[in-house]
Design a protein around this ligand. Structure first.
Ligand SMILES: Cc1ncc(COP(=O)(O)O)c(C=O)c1O
Length: 461
């Protein structure tokens, strides 16, 4: 789950209305107002929404959190949709499919059968047993149920893990581009995020030498995400082994392996669980969940697996904050794991569709002058380097100076909502989610091509 937005002209009622309270009078523009005027009013709504007030009574821990960099562009897109502009929303980090029927049925049956009470804090025993079985069968990892903690989404698992293992001043090593929440979670734990940039020419994968050179006695946690949001990169086993060799030399260092996109992977790429590497079980907190592979974002269900003392520590935080995950979602999660190896046919059908879209987009954007792409091997995002266009002047718009202004431009001229790479720690790029139908993506690609035709790459490549 992330703070980016899901938009479509047809589903504007389901659009997050974050900006409404700040500019409701403008956003409630009658449809009778002309299109250009609606667009201008929508833009003005955004300018107003950018005036934010610092509240001095808020805790310094929260004040130190960076506001979401996607906020301004999100507000602009929301305002446009509210004004009736047919924006194609490709910013959302969630599958466009419905939860498979048997999973939903299990949730409905859970209610009918009265599974509507608190569950144990760590999750029901039947679900934790099923997770242990899955980790054994699919990942080669052996855990007992008391080494599993079920939470309200993988996001909660990661936050709790960071809080549980980091002391103030510890360093959390985060390869960039990263999922937006990792650095802020480190800050919430009074730890210091140490961002290690990666390069598109290395498929955005962490170089072992760059990792080794940044380690010191404060280094506490390395966060790996494979398949990656936002790049779609998948860490090959050999590279993970080289990283493990380095981890082995630093006894205080742990690894949080975020494997939430595990099943959304395109052969020949293969997923390797970091904890399965020699000596890494003791050093790894594995996070996974149901949101992405099973199209269950709204059910809020994820889990952490690791050595018991860490899992117990995370459980303590959970017991004093949210308690166990929804009893209904846990029944549904059990049904998801019963779909078979890697989610069975229901998941492979979705993955097949994602792959078809990926193939289309990669081909389509490779043909676009000045754009660099590293073919995603998993997840459902395309992270494209458009920086050769930075510096371009556009009449009536201004200068494209960074990923945010480029996204604003693509929204304004192409009516396609994307996320600036700056939000993920790489300002050269923009992220497109292909959790949308192929015809929608074809239309978006066409609109982006037309908008980009108004620009000339500043640096020809
Ligand atoms: C890399 C990554 N990790 C974790 C999460 C959180 O997932 P959940 O919906 O299970 O909280 C997301 C969601 O966007 C994600 O992209």
């Amino acid at each position: 789950m992330e703070s980016s937005l899901s938009l479509s002209s047809q589903s504007s009622s389901a659009t997050p209305l974050r900006s409404l309270s700040r500019s409701s009078s403008t956003l409630l523009t009658p449809r009778s107002v002309s299109f250009p005027k609606r667009r201008a009013l929508a833009s003005r709504a955004v300018i107003r929404s950018e005036v934010k007030m610092e509240d001095p009574s808020v805790s310094p821990r929260v004040s130190s959190l960076k506001p979401s960099k996607t906020m301004a562009i999100t507000d602009q897109a929301t305002a446009l949709v509210q004004a009736g502009v047919p924006v194609i929303g490709l910013a959302a980090g969630e599958p466009d499919f419905n939860t498979p029927g048997s999973i939903s049925e299990a949730g409905i049956n859970a209610i009918r059968e009265g599974h509507t009470r608190y569950t144990p804090n760590a999750g029901t025993l039947e679900l934790r047993k099923a997770i242990c079985h899955k980790l054994q069968e699919e990942n080669g990892l052996t855990y007992a149920p008391d080494q599993i903690l079920v939470s309200n989404g993988a996001k909660q698992c990661i936050m709790q893990a960071v809080l549980a293992v980091c002391s103030p001043g510890d360093e959390v090593i985060i390869p960039a581009p990263y999922w937006v929440s990792y650095p802020e979670m480190a800050r919430l734990a009074d730890a210091t995020p140490v961002i290690l940039p990666t390069d598109i020419s290395d498929n955005f994968l962490l170089k072992p030498e760059s990792f080794a050179s940044r380690l010191n006695d404060k280094s506490r946690l390395l966060i790996l995400c494979s398949p990656s949001n936002p790049t779609g990169s998948v860490y090959p086993k050999k590279l993970l082994e080289e990283i493990a060799d380095i981890v082995r030399k630093h006894p205080r260092l742990l690894v949080l392996s975020d494997e939430i996109y595990e099943h959304i992977i395109y052969p020949p790429a293969e997923h390797t669980s970091f904890a399965s590497l020699p000596g890494m079980w003791e050093r790894t907190l594995t996070v996974n969940g149901f949101s992405k592979a099973f199209a269950m974002t709204g059910w809020r269900l994820g889990y952490l697996a690791g050595p018991k003392h860490f899992v117990t520590a995370c459980g303590k935080i959970q017991s004093q904050s949210t308690s166990g995950a929804s009893s209904i979602s846990q029944k549904a999660g059990l049904a998801a794991l019963n779909l078979g190896y890697a989610g069975g046919e229901a998941v492979s059908t979705m993955v097949k569709a994602f792959k078809e879209r990926r193939d289309f987009l990669v081909k389509s954007f490779r043909e676009l002058e000045g754009v660099k792409i590293s073919e995603p091997k998993g997840a459902f995002y395309l992270f494209m380097d458009f920086s050769s266009y930075y510096g371009a002047e556009v009449e009536g718009f201004g200068t494209i100076k960074d990923s945010e202004s480029l996204c604003r431009f693509l929204l304004d001229k192409g009516q396609v909502a994307l996320v600036p790479g700056d939000a993920f720690g790489d300002d050269k790029c923009i992220r497109m989610s292909y959790a949308a139908s192929l015809p929608t993506l074809q239309e978006a690609a066409k609109k982006i091509r037309e908008a980009v035709a108004l620009l000339k790459p500043r640096i020809p490549i």
